[in-house]
Ligand binder design. Structure first.
Ligand SMILES: Cc1cc2nc3c(=O)[nH]c(=O)nc-3n(C[C@H](O)[C@H](O)[C@H](O)COP(=O)(O)OP(=O)(O)OC[C@H]3O[C@@H](n4cnc5c(N)ncnc54)[C@H](O)[C@@H]3O)c2cc1C
Length: 351
């Protein structure tokens, strides 16, 4: 059996992002469906700033976005960066927008009761994932067994020193303190002559016309729901889009659906996986709210997940931190680290 430095399970935006940064090592990425097939395939892959209160999360999302633009440009991945006009959803939202304005760190102009950000773009999710992994070995295979000896042995046929879990909303190993929240959504592409100068975002996102195609995404249902795309949802999306721009005539070119993966505090989750049982046995006081001196990790097991509704910017930014941690031993920001979720989980065990 060949020995890899890293095997990544999952070839969506998460797995492809970290694979890119580790490509100098001997790595393999595996996926049961192919490259960019599940949530990542359904993604409209809009890259828009977050308009909201000045929270740590808003800052993270907007930092990630700016990083992503520079990163994709360097890699010559097209981001169709024609700007986005973000509109308030209703009257209540208009007053909030005036509050949000005070906290914007990105350049903007006021337009049509909303804000125009020149930093707004859209990617082709499939091409992006393919480009990220162009120098990486890929195998289409479902991982059904993981054994840990000196190395990890997957399906009795793949051997690796390090294993990275990037399986989105699905679980390949149960990690009690990481509960992924799946959110279902649909996006459609329509053939139309509609032509706008920039992208729009209100109750849905509407892209500019690229080669006769406009992308509209995405309604979201905050629950587990692995259903196929359907015409009823497509009509809902079209109606929402009509509230933003008048669509002259159209035919549906494609409909895609998928479940994105979010964390309980919305931030992505990256880093080494903690051995819950061993840590709680050695430091039971964690359950009473004490911050432990240390946590015990499962050797060489890592995760990247929880990219939420902005996987194509959140993951590439997070993968940079994870790769630096893996290759240079630099620390992971606390708000992304697996440890934050473990501490929250441990404090609730006896309650
Ligand atoms: C409708 C919709 C619209 C969206 N719009 C945007 C947007 O505009 N902009 C944006 O940035 N983000 C958007 N997102 C979010 C974005 O799609 C996700 O954050 C991101 O794509 C999720 O990537 P992932 O790698 O975590 O998951 P996935 O893409 O689901 O990848 C996980 C992979 O793991 C594989 N896997 C799981 N278990 C195993 C196993 N045992 N063996 C082998 N393989 C396995 C699966 O086959 C899958 O391919 C949208 C999501 C949806 C659903």
């Amino acid at each position: 059996m060949e020995l890899y430095d890293y095997v990544i399970i999952g070839a969506g935006a998460a797995g492809c992002s970290i694979a890119h940064f580790l490509q100098e090592k001997k790595i393999l990425i595996v996926d049961k469906t192919g490259i960019c097939q599940k949530a990542s395939n359904a993604a409209g892959a809009f890259l828009f700033p977050k308009v909201g209160f000045n929270t740590k999360y808003t800052k993270f999302v907007n930092d990630a976005l700016l990083y992503a633009f520079k990163f994709y440009e360097k890699l010559e991945i097209k981001t169709n960066k024609s700007g986005v006009l973000i509109l308030p959803r209703d009257k209540k939202d208009i007053s909030k927008f005036q509050e949000y304005k005070k906290t914007f760190t990105l350049p903007y102009e006021e337009k049509e009761s909303g804000f125009f950000f020149k930093d707004g773009g859209v990617l082709d999710s499939q091409k992006t994932c393919e480009k990220l992994t162009e120098n990486v070995e890929f195998k289409q295979i479902e991982i059904t067994s993981i054994k840990k000896e000196e190395n990890f042995i997957l399906n009795n046929s793949i051997k690796t020193k390090n294993l990275i879990l990037a399986t989105g909303w699905e679980n390949v190993i149960d990690i009690p303190y990481i509960k992924i929240r799946p959110v279902w959504g649909e996006r459609i592409e329509i053939k139309t002559s509609l032509s706008t100068k920039h992208h729009y975002h209100k109750n849905c996102s509407v892209s500019t016309n690229l080669d006769g195609i406009v992308k509209i995404g995405a309604t979201h249902e905050r629950r587990w729901n692995e259903k196929e795309p359907d015409k009823e949802n497509a009509d809902i999306l079209i109606n929402k889009a009509q509230e933003i721009v008048k669509i002259p005539e159209y035919s549906i070119h494609s409909m895609k659906a998928g479940m994105r993966a979010g964390s309980i505090d919305y931030f992505p989750i990256i880093g080494p996986v903690i051995d819950t049982d061993k840590t709680l046995k050695k430091y039971p006081e964690i359950k009473k709210g004490r911050i432990p001196k240390e946590v015990i990790y499962i050797d060489n097991l890592y995760i990247i997940n929880g990219g939420g509704g902005r996987g194509f910017s959140n993951y590439i930014y997070s993968a940079k931190f994870l790769s630096k941690f893996l290759l240079n031993k630099t620390s992971i920001p606390e708000f992304l680290d697996t440890k934050r979720l473990f501490i929250k989980y441990a404090r609730k065990i006896d309650k």
